[in-house]
Design a protein. Structure first.
Length: 151
C-alpha cells in the first residue's frame, strides 16, 4: 500500500477492525519510510449485478432504487426505516448470489412485493399498484381479493 505522504510503497498494518456489518475491514498502517500513520479500507470486489429491464435494456443494479420504492410504499405506515433497510440489505445479498449475475427487473419487483406483503398490506398494495400499473379500480379490487384469498 502506497503511503499518501511520501509515496513509499511499503507499510505495516498496526490494527485491523471489521466495519459496516463485517463487509469491510479498516486497517491502520504505518509507513516504513516516514513512519506516518494512515487508514485504509478493504472490501471484497464483487462482480456487478446487471438488471434486465422490461425493454430488454441492461443496467447496473442500484439498491437505492429498491430502497426508494419501498420507502415510498411504506410512507406514513407503521414500518420503521431500519426494518426496510434490513430487508433491502437481505434482498441485495440474495440477488448477488444469483448465478450469471443477471436478474430481471420483474424478478426484483416480485421479491419486493413478497417482502412488503409480510411487512404491511397497505404498503404492498401501494407498491403493486405502481409496479403492475393498475389502470382502474377493478385492478385494485382483484389484487386485494387475491391477497385476501392467499391468507
Amino acid at each position: 500500500m502506497k503511503c499518501p505522504y511520501c509515496d513509499h510503497e511499503e507499510s505495516k498494518v498496526i490494527d485491523s477492525r471489521p466495519v459496516k456489518d463485517g463487509e469491510m475491514i479498516r486497517r491502520r498502517r504505518s509507513c516504513f519510510n516516514c513512519e506516518k500513520r494512515f487508514t485504509t479500507y478493504e472490501r471484497i470486489e464483487v462482480i456487478p449485478l446487471m438488471v434486465i429491464k422490461r425493454s430488454g435494456q441492461k443496467e447496473l443494479f442500484n439498491r437505492q432504487n429498491v430502497l426508494n420504492g419501498m420507502l415510498r410504499a411504506c410512507e406514513k405506515r407503521p414500518v420503521s426505516k431500519e426494518s426496510i433497510e434490513h430487508e433491502v440489505r437481505k434482498l441485495e445479498k440474495e440477488l448477488y448470489q444469483v448465478e450469471g449475475k443477471e436478474v430481471t427487473s420483474q424478478e426484483i419487483g416480485e421479491r419486493v412485493m413478497a417482502i412488503l406483503l409480510k411487512m404491511d398490506q397497505v404498503a404492498y398494495v401501494r407498491f403493486a399498484s405502481v409496479y403492475r400499473k393498475f389502470a382502474d379500480v377493478d385492478s385494485f379490487l382483484s389484487e386485494i381479493a387475491q391477497m385476501v384469498s392467499d391468507q
